[in-house]
Write a new protein. Structure first.
Length: 302
């Protein structure tokens, strides 16, 4: 998957496969072969979320930083100036390019393969994400998507990127089905019906949220990823969680939700969920990953 600098134009999307176990896990959870996204700015520069900031770096440096790179371009022809202008506007946005934050978002919104260590792994992802997360940060894929999505004020225009082929829940948090209200506005995107979030917002589980506590911390994240990979390879079946294990998972989910929301109440939190969990649900409903940009039919691969 070689990409040559002379092939690229401003506004092109670069998707990268990064080395390391945490980035491997991001791809595994997302069901994708790429894990990070960047936007070509021109003049030999790209913009991407790296660590806790939006940064510009030399194109050659970015192309050499991964195991493989894929370049994609908008099928519609037109000026990329609105897209590039939006990239400049997003420079002051809170950012989170760490794989731990992406893993926390994916582990609660995607359907993951069952294994004995899965729930401990989800707890470890959520706790690691909570330790790093600023309130409602911009993730790498989200940055690129927002550059296109916000390029023009129309709800749908030539820059709109349609994402996500999941068939998800329309209203799971009890939000009224009215325009712009809560998670129902993004029907068909984001939160898988067999995900941790979908489980946590069921009426039976909602009644346990306030009392959910964890007695101990989960093992280290990389240790659990190694164990989970081994269990998947060996085909070891998973048992139903006990009450204590389920409550510990709910407690970790709420800690990550509180970190993500920054403790703010949401004007859209009209249902029975606590406001931080409602905000996390809305964020994962809107989540864009590098894998979704790779699957997006509004882009083509160079």
């Amino acid at each position: 998957m070689g990409v040559k600098a002379e092939q690229l134009r401003p506004g092109d999307v670069l998707l990268i496969r990064s080395p390391g176990r945490l980035w491997w896990a991001v791809r595994l959870f997302d069901g994708a072969e790429v894990d990070r996204a960047a936007l070509v700015l021109g003049d030999g520069r790209v913009a991407e979320i790296s660590g806790s900031a939006l940064v510009q770096r030399p194109l050659a440096e970015f192309l050499g930083s991964g195991e493989a790179v894929i370049a994609r371009r908008l099928k519609e022809t037109g000026s990329m100036e609105p897209v590039l202008a939006r990239a400049a506007d997003l420079g002051e946005q809170r950012a989170a390019g760490q794989p731990e934050v992406l893993l926390a978002l994916l582990c609660c919104s995607r359907k993951l393969r069952a294994a004995p260590s899965l729930r401990a792994l989800q707890r470890s992802c959520l706790e690691a994400g909570a330790a790093l997360t600023l309130a409602e940060p911009l993730t790498p894929g989200q940055f690129v998507w927002r550059c296109y999505e916000d390029a023009l004020p129309e709800p749908s225009d030539v820059y709109t990127l349609h994402l996500n082929d999941l068939h998800n829940l329309e209203i799971v948090a009890g939000v009224p089905g009215e325009p712009g209200a809560g998670v129902s506005r993004r029907s068909g995107r984001g939160v898988h019906p067999d995900s941790l979030l979908a489980w946590a917002v069921q009426p039976l589980m909602r009644s346990r949220l306030a009392a959910a506590v964890a007695a101990d911390a989960p093992p280290p994240l990389e240790e659990l990823l190694m164990r989970y990979e081994q269990e998947m390879g060996d085909g070891i079946p998973a048992a139903m969680p006990g009450r204590a294990e389920a409550d510990a998972l709910l407690a970790s989910l709420q800690r990550f939700a509180a970190a993500w929301s920054g403790g703010k109440a949401s004007t859209y939190a009209r249902g029975p969920l606590p406001a931080p969990l409602e905000m996390l649900f809305r964020a994962t409903t809107d989540l864009c990953t590098a894998g979704e940009l790779l699957r997006c039919e509004d882009l083509y691969t160079l």
